[in-house]
Design a protein around this ligand. Structure first.
Ligand code: GLY
Length: 400
C-alpha cells in the first residue's frame, strides 16, 4: 500500500494512503505488552532465572541464568515497563533482575555479548534512575568489552573461543551483532570512561563497514581476520543460510548499529551507510514487512519468519527518522516502521492467549535447529522499545 502522508493525534497514528488508511493505537499496544509481561513476572519462581524463549506450540518459558547472551533483555523489558507506567512495582522488579547480572563484571568479558547483557538492562536502569551503582557497573563492563579490541584488525573479537571451521586462535572473528555493543562504549566514553572507548567504537564501525558487506550492502554474519596482521581472511555465516545469503537479523543488527553510530558521532558517512544497509533490506521485504529468517531461503514463502528482525528494524528506523534532514526519506522510514509495528501488533504476530510473550514467529538459530518460529525475548524487547520510541516521537513532536 503506498502511503502518501501521515497524521499524528496523541498516540493514535493514522497512516493514510491511496488504498485507504490504517490507525495504530500505540498506548493500546503498550498496555498489551505490560499485561503480557505481568503474566511472565507472576510465573517466575526463581528471580535468578531469566526468560529467554518459548518453543513453537509450547507455553512455558525456557529460562536461562545471567551468563546467557540474552540475559539483559528481560530486565530491559522491566525497565521499559517502568518507563511506560511510572509504577514502582515495575521499578523494583527491574532493579532486582538487573542486579542479578552484576556478576558479569567480576571476571573479564568472555565475549562481545556483555554489551547486550548489561546495556539493555543496567543501561536502561541508569538512564531512568541515575543510580551511581549502575554507572560503575557499566563503566567496568565497557572496560571489559574493550579488552577484546584488536588494534591490528580494528574490531572487537566477538567470540574468544573456537568457531567451527575457523583456525583458532590464529583467527580473529567479528560478527555483525557486535555492532550493538558499541552503544555501551559510546555511553561509557561520555560518562567518565575515556575517549579511548569512543575511538574503539568508531574503529570497529569503520572496519566492519569496509569488510563485512558485499557490494550490494547485504552483510556477512561473520568476518574472519588474521589475528596477528589484521588481514581479512573471509566472510562467512554462522546463523544464516549460507556464506552469500542475507540473514535477516544480521542485516537488522547492521541497520540498528549504523543508525546508533550515526546518532553518537554525527559523521555523515555513517548516516549514508545506515541508509544503504536499510534500503537493500526494505527492497527485499515481503509485502507485510516481516522478513523471512533469511532472505535467500529457497523455501520462501514457506520458510519461517523472523519477527525479531522486524522489531529491531522498526525500532532502528524510528530513531533514524528523527536524525535525518532528508525529510521525504525520513518520512518513508517512519511510515515503514509504523507499518511493521502494525503487522507485529496483529493477531498473526502477537502471542495474546497463546503464551505469555509479546510476539510469535521469531527465528533464533535455524541452521542448528534452535528456536525456530518461536517467541524470543529479544523480539519482545525491541518491539516494546519501538513502541516506546514511537510514543516519544509522537508526544514530543520530534522532527521527522
Ligand atoms: N547471536 C545473536 C543473534 O542471534 O542475533
Amino acid at each position: 500500500m503506498k502511503k502518501t502522508f501521515f497524521l499524528v493525534n496523541a498516540v493514535i497514528i493514522v497512516l493514510a494512503g491511496c488504498a485507504g488508511s490504517r490507525a495504530f493505537d500505540v498506548d493500546k499496544e503498550l498496555d498489551y505488552c505490560l499485561q503480557q509481561a505481568q503474566k511472565t513476572l507472576s510465573s517466575l519462581k526463581d528471580p535468578a532465572m531469566i526468560p529467554r524463549s518459548i518453543a513453537h506450540g509450547d507455553t512455558a518459558w525456557r529460562l536461562v541464568n545471567y551468563r546467557d547472551w540474552t540475559s539483559g533483555f528481560w530486565p530491559g523489558i522491566l525497565w521499559y515497563a517502568y518507563e511506560v507506567s511510572n509504577k514502582e512495582d515495575w521499578k523494583a522488579a527491574a532493579e532486582k533482575s538487573s542486579r542479578s547480572l552484576f556478576p558479569l563484571v567480576d571476571s573479564s568479558a568472555i565475549d562481545h555479548d556483555i554489551g547486550f547483557q548489561l546495556f539493555c538492562s543496567v543501561g536502561n536502569g541508569y538512564r531512568l534512575t541515575r543510580d551511581s551503582t549502575y554507572r560503575q557497573i557499566l563503566l567496568r563492563a565497557a572496560d571489559s568489552l574493550a579488552t577484546l579490541f584488536n588494534p591490528k584488525v580494528g574490531t572487537i573479537l566477538s567470540w574468544p573461543r573456537k568457531v567451527p571451521g575457523v583456525d583458532w586462535p590464529l583467527c580473529h572473528n567479528t560478527i555483525m551483532d557486535n555492532m550493538i555493543n558499541l552503544d555501551l562504549l559510546f555511553w561509557a566514553a561520555k560518562n567518565g570512561g575515556g575517549k579511548r572507548l569512543y575511538d574503539i567504537a568508531v574503529d570497529h564501525a569503520v572496519t566492519t563497514m569496509k569488510n563485512q558487506f558485499r557490494p550490494d550492502y547485504t552483510s556477512y554474519h561473520v568476518v574472519i581476520y588474521d589475528t596477528a596482521t589484521g588481514r581479512k581472511i573471509k566472510g562467512m555465516t554462522h546463523q544464516g543460510l549460507n556464506d552469500s545469503s542475507m540473514w535477516a537479523r544480521g542485516q537488522a543488527w547492521a541497520i540498528y548499529g549504523y543508525s546508533m553510530v550515526y546518532r553518537e558521532t554525527r559523521d555523515p558517512q555513517f548516516l549514508d551507510f545506515a541508509q544503504k544497509v536499510t534500503d537493500v533490506y526494505l527492497s527485499r521485504l515481503p509485502e507485510d514487512g516481516i522478513p523471512y529468517w533469511d532472505f535467500d531461503d529457497p523455501g520462501i514463502p514457506q520458510a519461517p519468519r523472523d519477527a525479531s528482525a522486524a522489531a529491531v528494524v522498526a525500532s532502528a528506523l524510528l530513531q533514524l527518522s528523527t536524525l535525518m534532514s532528508d525529510e521525504p526519506k525520513a518520512k518513508t522510514y517512519y511510515v515503514k516502521a509504523i507499518n511493521m509495528l502494525i503487522e507485529l501488533s496483529s493477531e498473526r504476530y502477537q502471542s495474546r492467549e497463546i503464551n505469555d510473550a509479546f510476539l510469535l514467529h521469531s527465528s533464533g538459530h535455524k541452521p542448528n535447529g534452535g528456536e525456530i518460529d518461536a517467541s524470543i525475548i529479544y523480539a519482545d524487547y525491541y518491539y516494546l522499545e519501538a513502541l516506546l520510541r514511537l510514543k516519544n516521537i509522537s508526544e514530543n513532536n520530534k522532527p521527522l
